[in-house]
Design a protein around this ligand. Sequence first.
Ligand SMILES: [Zn+2]
Ligand SMILES: [Zn+2]
Length: 120
Amino acid sequence: MCDIYDDLDCHRLVSEREHRARKLYRCDGCCGPIAPGRRYTRRASVYGDQMVVERLCRPCLLDSTRFAKEHGWAWLNDWLEFLRECVVDDGAAADPRWRCALFRAEARGKQWKAAEAAHA
Ligand SMILES: [Zn+2]
Ligand SMILES: [Zn+2]
């Protein structure tokens, strides 16, 4: 496992709730679409003195929670950045689960343009 460290100690979870999308949203994790009617998680946290709100699609929530836990955190904002770091840092030795998670997240991100066009 890689070492991903950050000043995450100043990270505080304010709320985490599941919602149903009323319109097309863009996931803050993978930048992929959250289609109307789909469930997503809205997470509010405080980082230093900044409030951060993230909408996460279901796959991002599941993958990021697993990824965060195995790296010693309960959860992570901007998880794709950490995921990339993990896979790139470890190179050929990277955990196949995280490689797959990265592959899937990037594939979701690529669906955004088509979804945006379809819901315009
Ligand atoms: Zn790692
Ligand atoms: Zn996502």
